[in-house]
Design a protein around this ligand. Structure first.
Ligand code: G1P
Length: 281
């Protein structure tokens, strides 16, 4: 399967940090957010990735490109570990780019991938969402897709106060972690939410989605919503993924993800633990 990573949003929830840099390039511990997303796709067996960018997103392309000057300097100063790490970033996958010309919503951003996708099912990984798990989230979702042969999206239970930030599904449980989705609504007010199961930024879509996006009317925020386009697909399954999801577009979530990921790094773990204990005592 090919993967599509929408990374065209303005990042208004994260201003002023995102005034002059894409939110997808904000570091989480020691890597930009979008590198985690690309690594998740690659470790799920994907080697063809299309990133949907927009105005002001050039640093994403630079990050995944070769950097001859930097490589030359690292080589000459004997920093072989750094050199290996830098070279690996540009060798990870075949990465393609297309620009969304106007900010018209997630559905519109996905429609920019139509020509590249070429009539096959494909994965969508939102560029501002990181997952952490033993088996990559995308791999888990692909396995579920192959079982049901139909659109499959990652869902997660969210607390009431977070409901209006997400697409929310209405569905019935058909196995331990799979729901058959009957309906979904984008960012409902809490009293209109059909459940507390939120759409969390990983999707396996069938190519028919492009026709559905074309037909859909602007929804929440006057934007073409992917959630609205998925409502008219024949069959959609929700998969409660086994692992953790961080929505980086939210400042507190971003901070939490940095701390948790840093705490799993052997080099900084003990110093950080000590610091946090002191801070909270
Ligand atoms: C998008 C989707 C929404 C989903 C969310 C997950 O919203 O439209 O359905 O729940 O991502 O992060 P956004 O965060 O782009 O506003």
């Amino acid at each position: 399967m090919k993967a599509v990573i929408p990374a065209a949003g303005l990042g208004t929830r994260f201003l002023p940090a995102t005034k002059a840099q894409p939110k997808e390039m904000l570091p989480v511990f020691n890597k930009p957010t979008i590198q985690y997303v690309v690594e998740e796709a690659v470790s799920s067996g994907i080697d063809d990735i299309l990133i949907i960018t927009g105005k002001g997103k050039r640093s994403i392309e630079d990050h995944f490109d070769r950097s001859f000057e930097l490589e030359y300097i690292l080589k000459n100063s004997g920093k072989t570990e750094n050199l290996k790490e830098i070279e690996a970033i540009s060798d990870m996958a075949d990465i393609y780019y297309v620009r969304q010309k106007k900010q018209k919503g997630l559905g519109d951003a996905i429609s920019c991938a139509k020509n590249h996708i070429d009539g096959e099912p494909f994965v969508v990984l939102l560029g501002d969402t990181i997952t952490q798990s033993k088996i990559p989230c995308t791999k888990q979702l692909m396995d579920t897709f192959y079982r049901h042969q139909s659109t499959t999206i990652a869902i997660e239970k969210v607390p009431d106060e977070k409901i209006e930030r997400y697409g929310i599904i209405k569905g019935s449980k058909i196995s331990e972690s799979v729901y058959k989705i009957e309906d979904m609504v984008e960012k409902p007010p809490i009293n209109e939410a059909p459940s507390n199961l939120a759409i969390t930024g990983r999707y396996i879509l069938v190519p028919e989605i492009f026709d559905h996006i074309e037909k859909v009317q602007p929804g929440v925020g006057g934007e073409i919503q992917l959630t609205d386009a998925m409502r008219s697909l024949d069959e959609v399954y929700g998969y409660v993924f086994d692992g953790k999801i961080y929505d980086i577009g939210n400042t507190v979530e971003w901070l939490k993800s940095s701390i948790e990921i840093a705490l799993s790094d052997e080099k900084v773990k003990s110093e950080l633990k000590h610091y946090l204990k002191e801070l909270l005592s």
